[in-house]
Design a protein around this ligand. Structure first.
Ligand code: HGY
Ligand code: MN
Ligand code: MN
Length: 422
């Protein structure tokens, strides 16, 4: 049975999307712009609001043992594999109002439009807000999608604290999860017929090309390590340079060396390296820093480049510490592999764009996503829309409502095509 896209795209309601987006943006830490960190009070309130919106949209709402929020639209074959669409509503610190949010609200709007158009899917459709996608927990995020994919168990949660110094187990339970039995949230290969995620590009490519839809070809891997350097705290005035073992000067060398590594001609096309978090001790203006700890992350869409960058970073840390008489430790906390989006999913998304007459381009995702974590148990696809000047993870993050609507049209139609082809 072919379903004409205009039969349901007409039901995608820009004003309704706008109202949801404005309401969700209001759940933020009062002292910071657009900050809704996982497990925080604004996050819990936003979750309750979202669950209500899912119920209003006629979805059967549940929270799985991992505390992922799931809204289900039954299908004709209701006991079979599900179609899944979603993303995350947690944000980074002083982040934006679109990263993850477009995917959750867009999937919710798609579920409404399909129902209002009287489209009954063969597969059940599950709209998911995955818990804690952003790296507010080291070495365990994205949390909800990793648990669903079986990459984390209840044992892995033991002793872990959230940034709010609450036990992660309690925080998951407070959201309605069951931290002692998170394995119950695990899905096996075959349980998800396909997963689609609509997301802002978090890069400048679509905007520069003036193209409204991106069909993602691959998702970059993110590898992050925790590094400590120990030298000697000392008097900043009385200690001459040759007598110093300055841990921060050593860390500064490593930060610049990481930039050099990623700028190397054989890596620069597909690889980045960043130090975004650092603490120094004693951290006083007239004391030479004796101890520094920082996290460095390396990302690439190419597995070989990723390994090259990681090993060069390790070598630089060791060489810098030895030359400067510093003790060092380096521990990899997040180790991902790049994910290739299956051709079958890409062609469904291309077909949806072509049928809807939407210009599109195929491109990799340089950000990571829940889709990458689900790729081990399900065929995943990703759709991008442009964001202003490619900015993300900053309060200036912005996406045009027209682009969100076009993204929802494409997502809805792709779900219908998948429903009929799987
Ligand atoms: O860091 C990322 O790529 C994602 O936004 N969590
Ligand atoms: Mn993000
Ligand atoms: Mn995201």
């Amino acid at each position: 049975m072919t379903i004409a896209p205009e039969s349901f795209t007409a039901h995608v309601d820009p004003a309704r999307i706008q109202r949801d987006w404005e309401a969700l943006a209001a759940f933020t830490a009062p002292e910071l712009p657009y900050t809704r960190k996982a497990f925080s009070i604004p996050y819990k309130e936003a979750r309750e609001w979202l669950a209500e919106r899912m119920r209003d949209a006629g979805l059967q709402v549940r929270v799985d043992a991992a505390s992922n929020l799931i809204g289900r639209l039954p299908g004709e074959r209701d006991d079979g594999p599900v179609l899944m669409a979603g993303s995350h509503i947690d944000t980074v610190e002083a982040g934006g109002r679109f990263d993850g949010i477009v995917g959750v609200l867009g999937a919710l709007e798609a579920a409404r439009a399909l129902q209002e158009a009287g489209v009954v899917l063969l597969h059940p459709l599950e709209i998911v807000d995955f818990t804690c996608e952003e790296p507010t927990l080291t070495g365990m995020t994205p949390l909800g999608s990793r648990i669903m994919a079986g990459a984390l168990t209840s044992n892995d949660l033991i002793g872990v604290l959230t940034p709010l110094d609450e036990s992660l187990a309690d925080a998951i339970n407070a959201l309605g999860g069951d931290s002692a039995h998170v394995e119950q949230a695990r899905l096996a290969a075959g349980d998800i017929a396909a997963y689609l995620e609509l997301h802002i590009e978090q890069g400048p490519v679509l905007e520069r090309a003036n193209v409204p839809i991106g069909v993602v070809t691959a998702i970059a891997a993110r590898c992050s390590c925790f590094i400590t350097l120990d030298g000697q705290a000392d008097h900043a005035g009385a200690t001459l340079i040759p007598d110093r073992r300055d841990a921060l000067a050593g860390a500064a060398e490593v930060v610049l060396a990481l930039e050099q590594i990623a700028s190397d001609s054989e890596l620069i096309e597909e690889t980045v390296g960043t130090v975004g978090w650092m603490r120094l001790f004693p951290n006083m203006v007239n004391i030479i820093p004796g101890h520094v700890e920082f996290r460095a992350e390396v990302r690439s869409t190419d597995a070989r480049m990723l390994e090259t960058a990681k090993s060069r970073l390790q070598a630089v840390v060791e060489e810098t510490a030895t030359r400067r008489g510093l003790q060092f430790t380096l521990q990899w906390e997040d180790m991902e592999q790049p994910v290739t989006i299956p051709d079958r999913l890409q062609s469904i998304l291309v077909q949806a764009c072509q049928t809807l007459g939407l210009p599109f381009m195929q491109l990799p995702s340089r950000a990571t996503h829940d889709a990458a974590r689900l790729a081990s148990i399900a065929p995943v696809g990703m759709l991008f829309i442009p964001c202003k000047e490619g900015k993300s993870h900053v309060p200036e993050e912005w996406a045009e409502l027209d682009h969100i609507v076009q993204g929802v049209h494409t997502l809805s139609y792709a779900l219908v095509l998948l429903d009929q082809s799987l």
